[in-house]
Design a protein around this ligand. Sequence first.
Ligand SMILES: [Fe+2]
Length: 136
Amino acid sequence: MIAWKDSYDIGVEKIDCQHRELLAKLNEFFEACTKQQGKEKIGETLKFLKEYTLEHFGSEEQLMKDIDFPELTEHQKIHAEFVQTVLELEETLNTKGVSVLSTIKLNRTLTDWLLNHINKCDKLIGECIAKRDKAV
Ligand SMILES: [Fe+2]
């Protein structure tokens, strides 16, 4: 279980709320794993991620466009790669079935990705907005 820290906030309410929601969903999945219910939960988690990341990445990308974010293309690429990762996980799941390994992999991939991405990439969006606000 990973608790949300204020330091993860990028300073944009809508995006921060979506990040919290994503983490909450991952925590739900972790909890299911600790109760040996990961296998049942993995399909649902992937389905949620596919839908929710589309919405969330859409919000972030729109925001980046609105503020003329200089690294928009790179950021979009990272989002697209993540979508691909989720699809590959789903594909593996469908063809090979759910294994302990796949639940562990999903857990690790998602958490690492989310926290890294927020702290390294999404933070830059917040910083860009803060700079703009200062300049005005
Ligand atoms: Fe992002």
